[in-house]
Design a protein. Structure first.
Length: 355
């Protein structure tokens, strides 16, 4: 399947946005990448993760407290992914490329692979958001129907009841299956990944081994298979749930669109920036706690339009983007509360499950 093309209007809204955002950074005189507050937050998250891991493995508390710590470790895994890996993989964590690479590599220690992630997320998802058959983030078949163009099965009638269970499996499925599938097929959905170099192959297998030693072999050796299985399941399921919910609340809603290319020309109706605005939504942007934990991914509109700008700048540039959308009569989708976005997502699943 050939990837679709975007329309190229004579007057580009994307160019207008880029001009306004460029002017903003010129006026305030700061870099578009992360700042000291981001580096402090990243340090807090990573140190907290290491300390919690060490406490669980070498100073294992009573099982009731251990399960709480496993849940917290899952939350830290998701937050490191949101705040450190995500910005690093987009090249927005720091002005220094080596620091971006180091931040992006954090995903390798957590079990996934940054090489595969960059194709799946940076290339495919950010280019063809919500386009069925291309955007791999829309593919949860056969368990879930996430967009109207997907085939409906009888089980989908109940998907708004069981979707939480499916989402919680994401991290485990990602680490132990989909990374290997991409490695073998050399594809993300229909899109071929960049040719892997020798060091990419070595890195893939070396970090998978490191992860297996740290999160499987070591815990089993320290306190047995059964205890490890329970703790790892709690950890992995919570991490998966946190990761998936955040991304689904940004794209799979009643308000978001799921454009399909023209059957004859294989061209999408809108230019790329307008496509992003119609397929992406913000939530709870005034909640500083949520914004801190999610690494600004509740500002998903800003992230999709300017992925190379660090999330620490999203609150400021959101006002510029919202004003431009108002002037050009282009939708700017957002929910003031996270629970409202969650309700919209559940309603979206229910509608797709029934027809």
């Amino acid at each position: 399947m050939a990837t679709p093309k975007f329309s190229r209007p004579e007057i580009s809204f994307h160019l207008e946005l880029k001009k306004r955002i460029s002017n903003y950074f010129h006026e305030v005189g700061c870099s578009q990448t992360g700042n000291s507050l981001l580096f402090i937050k990243a340090s807090i998250l990573v140190v907290a993760f290491i300390l919690l891991y060490v406490h669980l493995i070498f100073f294992t508390p009573h099982w009731s407290l251990a399960l709480i710590e496993c849940t917290a470790l899952g939350a830290l895994t998701a937050s490191i992914g949101f705040n450190v890996m995500h910005d690093g993989a987009h090249g927005s964590f720091s002005r220094y490329s080596w620091l971006n690479k180091a931040a992006a590599m954090s995903i390798n220690f957590l079990g996934a692979n940054v090489f595969m992630w960059k194709t799946k997320h940076n290339v495919v998802h950010h280019s063809y958001t919500n386009v069925e058959g291309v955007d791999d983030d829309m593919n949860a078949r056969p368990f879930l129907r996430l967009c109207p163009a997907q085939k409906r099965y009888k089980i989908h009638r109940y998907q708004h009841y069981y979707f939480i269970l499916t989402y919680s499996l994401l991290y485990l499925y990602w680490v132990f299956f989909t990374d290997y599938k991409k490695y073998v097929t050399q594809k993300v959905g229909p899109v071929r990944i960049q040719k892997m170099k020798i060091m990419d192959h070595i890195s893939f297998w070396a970090f998978k081994l490191v992860h297996a030693l740290l999160f499987i072999a070591m815990p089993i050796y320290m306190f047995g298979f059964g205890n490890w299985l329970l703790g790892f399941a709690v950890y992995g399921l919570f991490a998966g749930l946190a990761l998936t919910i955040v991304f689904q609340l940004a794209h799979s809603l009643e308000e978001t669109e799921f454009p399909l290319p023209d059957a004859q020309t294989n061209k999408l109706e809108d230019e790329w920036a307008i496509h992003q605005l119609k397929t992406t939504a913000n939530f709870a942007t005034d909640n500083k706690v949520i914004s801190w934990f999610l690494g600004g991914l509740n500002f998903q509109v800003e992230h999709h339009l300017f992925p190379k700008i660090s999330h620490v700048h999203y609150p400021a540039i959101s006002r510029i983007i919202k004003q431009a959308c108002f002037e050009y009569n282009i939708p700017y989708l957002e929910h003031p509360k996270m629970r409202l976005a969650f309700i919209s997502h559940v309603k979206h699943l229910r509608v797709l499950g029934r027809g």
